[in-house]
Design a protein around this ligand. Structure first.
Ligand code: HEM
Ligand SMILES: [Cu+2]
Length: 536
């Protein structure tokens, strides 16, 4: 183990969660398509949807983002304070994830990854999730304290750009998890322990989505950190603009929390004006994503031209398409373009009503989260593991094919569900043929999706295989350095985008503006609440 032990531990745990979740993913795709397999049942299906969603969206992503953030910040700042506390956090999170996973796999918490009340889980599900968040708060603390130590030695330098990105992510996460903490600690844990009988589902959902959308950026920002600060280097080029990179991370910090109502367009109790306000910020947050697409593609063009490309497009051919890190991210970016189209549909109030709660949504978030983020993380593992484990990557030929296989499987899977969703197939249903004659219309599509799912599963296992082989049987080498892309033009002094304290204060004010009054309105409605409901 190198100095990056605590980072490696988090990434290892992430990969274990990913492996289990991938198996659940195929099972539910087969269930939806009415393809039988041993032990197929409704309760297994909802257990699978819950464990897949929780392990993929909450455990895999959070552990990976923490591990990656530790490694990048440590390298960029040249230090890490409080590593021992980081280990305490890691073991708390492992205990929490194990407890929550146990209650799910034994069928006691089939509440899906959104855990909306009145669906009620075993108390250990909520407590376990809380422990993972405690680890993430320790991570935020370590990142910020390491920065303070760096700042004392460099009073007027600009923050090293990769550390700036990790810090913006950490601050965003601390603002987001306030909503989650209020929901889980203030409402769900006491309710699941029977301390009070009834709960208000609307208020709980609102706290959940205060957290739930910035969660998306907690997944995306680590991916973007790699796109901006590592990818151009691997491609043999430069970062196109240091300043734009800093601006983008600050804009995500500001804009990605006050948008949560775009997940609640169909919810009663929130007035149309507030839904509109969150729609406007939703479209505003598209802007830094466009800037990202522009900057990354420009950086890659710089790389191609540094290698001698002269024409309009021949720089594309000069890029290292056989490098698994590069290929994963290039495909992740293509996936993101399609995710962006779908996202604009979801964000438009009227069109949202058409696709709400249909398979369109799972088609959408498997190209965004399931490809843009997850494929970036997979590709990043091939680059990062030798550097944090001090071991040579095993089976590089498998690693080379794996991202293309994922992209191919995802194209079938996601296209099929997008179309099925537009034709009205609900998501989170055990069987697409439950609706009699309508079900027939969906069958070809759900079978196509199941075929895509099998390809995805094959790719997922190839990834897990390479990681495990490298971890346990990779030849010991001197760990290669973690190197970052040099900007075309470096920032000479700390500018406005480095004033993270000020941006944090503004972001907090925006959260208060977005949520204080609507929550006050919801809480002051006369109500009786809802008793808990256990599905099985
Ligand atoms: C082996 C690859 C994968 C397969 C075969 C797969 C399959 C599926 C299927 C069929 C569903 C729909 C469940 C339903 O509503 O009936 C689903 C839901 C979901 N998937 Fe995946 N998936 C895969 C990878 C991923 C990845 C990489 C992520 C994220 C990192 C992810 C996150 C989710 C989430 C959050 C849900 C929503 C669960 C819910 O509705 O509560 N999946 N997946
Ligand atoms: Cu959102």
């Amino acid at each position: 183990m190198t100095k990056h032990g605590v980072a490696a531990a988090h990434i290892g745990a992430a990969v274990v969660a990913f492996a289990v979740a991938s198996l659940m993913g195929v099972l539910q795709a087969l269930s939806m398509a009415d393809i039988s397999f041993p032990m197929r049942s409704e309760s297994l299906y909802y257990m699978a949807v819950t464990s897949h969603g929780v392990l993929m969206a909450l455990v895999f992503t959070t552990f990976f983002a923490i591990g990656l953030g530790y490694a990048i910040a440590r390298e960029a700042l040249g230090r890490q304070t409080g590593t021992r506390i980081g280990w305490v956090g890691f073991w708390l999170a492992i205990a929490g994830a194990a407890a929550a996973a146990w209650t799910i796999l034994t069928g006691q918490s089939s509440v899906m990854y959104t855990f909306y009340p009145p669906l009620q889980a075993h108390p250990l599900f909520y407590i376990g999730a809380t422990l993972i968040v405690v680890d993430s708060w320790i991570w935020v603390g370590i990142i910020l304290f390491s920065y303070r130590s760096w700042r004392r030695e460099h009073p007027s330098d600009p923050i090293p750009a990769p550390a700036h990105a990790v810090m913006a992510t950490a601050i965003l996460w601390s603002l987001a998890t306030v909503g989650l903490a209020i929901e889980v600690v203030g409402m769900l844990i006491p309710w699941s322990l029977g301390w009070f009988e009834k709960i208000d589902p609307m208020v709980a959902r609102t706290y959940f989505w205060w957290f739930g959308h910035p969660l998306v950026y907690f997944w995306l920002m680590p991916a973007y950190t790699l796109w901006y600060f590592v990818l151009p280097h691997i491609a043999g080029g430069r970062l196109f603009s240091d300043k734009l990179a800093r601006m983008v991370f600050v804009l995500f910090l500001l804009l990605s929390t006050p948008v949560g109502f775009h997940h609640q367009f169909s919810d009663p109790g929130i007035t149309a004006g507030w839904k509109l306000a969150h729609t406007i910020t939703t479209y505003a947050v598209l802007y830094p994503s466009f800037v990202t697409a522009f900057t990354i593609i420009a950086s890659l063009e710089v790389a191609g031209r540094m290698k001698g490309a002269k024409g309009l497009f021949d720089w594309i051919g000069k890029l290292p398409w056989r490098d698994p890190f590069f290929a994963s991210i290039a495909l992740a970016i293509i996936g993101f373009a399609f995710g962006g189209f779908g996202g604009a549909i979801n964000a438009a109030y009227a069109m949202n009503a058409l696709v709400h709660n249909t398979a369109f949504i799972q088609g959408h978030f498997h190209v965004t989260l399931g490809t843009t983020v997850a494929l970036t993380f997979m590709g990043a593992s091939y680059w990062l593991l030798p550097r944090i484990l001090g071991r040579e990557l095993r089976f590089p030929a498998v690693a080379r094919i794996q991202p293309y296989l994922w992209f191919f499987g995802m194209t079938i899977f996601s296209t099929a569900y997008h179309i099925a969703g537009i034709r009205g197939l609900p998501r989170r249903v055990y069987s697409a043929s439950l609706n009699g004659s309508l079900g027939g219309d969906w069958h070809t599509l759900t079978v196509a999706a199941a075929i895509g799912a099998i390809v995805l599963f094959t790719s997922a296992m190839a990834y897990v295989f390479v990681v495990a082989a490298t971890w346990f049987a990779g030849r010991k080498i001197e760990a290669p350095a973690i190197e970052f892309a040099q900007p075309v033009k470096p920032e000479p002094v700390a500018g406005i985008w480095d004033r993270l304290g000020m941006w944090t204060a503004i972001a907090a004010v925006l959260v208060i503006i977005a949520y204080a009054y609507p929550l006050y309105q919801l809480i002051s409605h006369p109500r009786f609440g809802s008793p808990g409901f256990k599905p099985f």
